[in-house]
Design a protein around this ligand. Structure first.
Ligand SMILES: [Zn+2]
Ligand SMILES: [Zn+2]
Ligand SMILES: [Zn+2]
Length: 320
């Protein structure tokens, strides 16, 4: 029997909403806790997928500090969920990385509206970016990982990403996963059939450095990353069955001030109970509004849930 071999890790660079925790103007109990417990302090949200290459999803305004904290000295490509400042504001910090260090435009992948925002807001650095459009439901393969762009309920052309990583013995002959048929149900409007399998076969957007992505098994681990979203569209939910990890917007504590475009913590829990992933991680946490909650209180609350639900924190890392 072959032991599972993990090839990639996911690291939370930030897990906060745009206000951050603590906020400079706020003395609520969540902010007080964050002043003394580093695990309760939150930058704006973003993650890094590390394998043979480093792939960034979103560039928070605190990007430089986040990368220094995690000891990351190289970014090979970036994907963007949407163009709001808390997810895109760190992009200028990559300008001199390209001009001085790599001297080669950084490949980035995102939706049409986000590309328009980048072109408008960051015109001074367009020569340092190699911009690629991903349409909804398209899958791209980078460093042996497939990323499927799924519509979020947030702003125009906003996405979450389904992140699938092969696991297994590098030398084993590829064989379809028994549950592959159920895992690839419901794909519409994709190149190929958009599945992990077809992504590997067709290299829909070819990895420039590695013609054959390292995906030895076709039974991938499945992680969904939705940092900003209201109630997910049905066509997106179809893709989120049989997840290993659901990483989900949990912006509000108590009343949801923006129910069409964000989740409250209770709504995120309800989604976890509906989809039943192996694990749910709460992210994009404001913690202040409108009933401030401390990390300690939230972790205690989650103990009573039927599903495994954890609070993500800045610097949390796990194998995919
Ligand atoms: Zn506060
Ligand atoms: Zn947003
Ligand atoms: Zn956000």
């Amino acid at each position: 029997m072959t032991a599972r071999r993990h090839t990639h890790t996911l690291t939370f660079l930030g897990t906060g909403a745009s206000c951050g925790v603590p906020s400079f103007y706020c003395g609520c109990k969540a902010c007080e806790e964050a002043q003394v417990d580093p695990r309760a302090a939150r930058d704006c949200s973003g993650i890094l997928i590390a394998g043979k290459q480093n792939t960034l999803i979103d560039a928070a305004p605190e990007l430089r500090r986040q990368l220094v904290r995690e000891g990351i000295s190289r970014i090979d490509q970036a994907l963007f969920t949407h163009g709001h400042f808390d997810h895109l504001g760190g992009i200028p910090q990559l300008e001199f990385y390209v001009r001085v260090k790599t001297k080669s435009p950084l490949p980035i992948y995102t939706g049409e509206q986000t590309i328009a925002t980048i072109k408008q807001q960051y015109s001074f650095m367009l020569d340092t970016l190699d911009i690629h459009l991903i349409r909804a439901f398209e899958t791209i393969c980078l460093d042996g990982v497939s990323y499927t762009a799924l519509p979020a309920a947030h702003c125009k052309d906003s996405y979450g990403f389904l992140i699938e990583v092969g696991q297994g013995d590098e030398t084993a002959a590829p064989s379809p996963c028994p549950s592959q048929s159920s895992r690839t149900a419901g794909q519409k409007g994709q190149k190929g059939d958009g599945s992990f399998l077809s992504c590997i076969k067709e290299n829909i957007i070819q990895d420039k450095n590695e013609p054959s992505p390292f995906c030895p098994s076709f039974c991938p681990s499945r992680t969904a990353y939705f940092p900003d979203t209201g109630p997910l569209p049905p066509e997106t939910l179809e893709y989120l069955q049989d997840l290993d990890n659901l990483i989900i917007d949990s912006t509000f504590s108590g009343k949801n001030w923006m129910p069409a475009t964000h989740h409250s913590i209770d709504e995120a829990i309800a989604l976890a109970e509906l989809l039943k992933p192996r694990r749910t991680l709460l992210t994009h946490l404001a913690m202040h509004f409108d009933e401030p909650i401390t990390l300690k209180e939230l972790e205690h609350k989650l103990l009573s849930c039927e599903s495994v639900i954890q609070v993500a924190y800045d610097g949390l890392s796990f194998e995919l």
